[in-house]
Design a protein around this ligand. Structure first.
Ligand SMILES: [Fe+2]
Length: 154
């Protein structure tokens, strides 16, 4: 029988996962927007890199949402819900310099790594081994995206 304390830890984890999901959706759309709007001499390479990263990020959304459902929680239902829960900021400008786009996505992926570490702590506190273990792969993916982006501006 679950105690109040373990119910509370699970609630914190569900909330953390829903925040993470909102960040994935936000970063997905931003990366895709940069794929659509990037311009300049590096157009071809960045157009392709942003698309590869967007595809990887989008694939994460179903995995995170279903972790929430497996824990018995409800997950995000709308663009409005994403906007309320996301910590990564929207970017509506389309005329950004290509290397500034790269830098912005790098910082966002690094912020995602920090959010993943907090979510892993919440999974540990809730005794959720499956989420705890899965987050290591999600973190490796985000660190790889940040690395690729960082090297372009190095
Ligand atoms: Fe495309």
């Amino acid at each position: 029988m679950a105690t109040d304390k373990s119910d509370n830890a699970k609630g914190v984890l569900i909330d953390s996962l829903n925040g993470l999901l909102a960040d994935y959706f936000t970063l997905y759309l931003k990366t895709k927007s940069f794929h659509w709007h990037v311009h300049g001499p590096q157009f071809h390479d960045l157009h392709l890199l942003f698309d590869t990263q967007a595809t990887e990020i989008f694939a994460m959304t179903d995995i995170v949402a279903e972790r929430v459902r497996k824990l018995g929680g409800t997950t995000l239902t709308s663009i409005g819900a994403v906007g309320k829960k996301a910590s990564i900021k929207d970017e509506d400008r389309t005329d950004i310099d290509a290397l500034d786009m790269v830098r912005e996505l790098q910082l966002n992926n690094e912020a995602l790594v920090a959010t993943l570490k907090k979510t892993k702590e919440a999974a540990g506190a809730a005794g959720d081994n499956a989420t705890d273990g899965a987050i290591d792969d999600w973190t490796d993916q985000a660190e790889q995206r940040a690395w690729f982006l960082r090297e372009i501006n190095a």
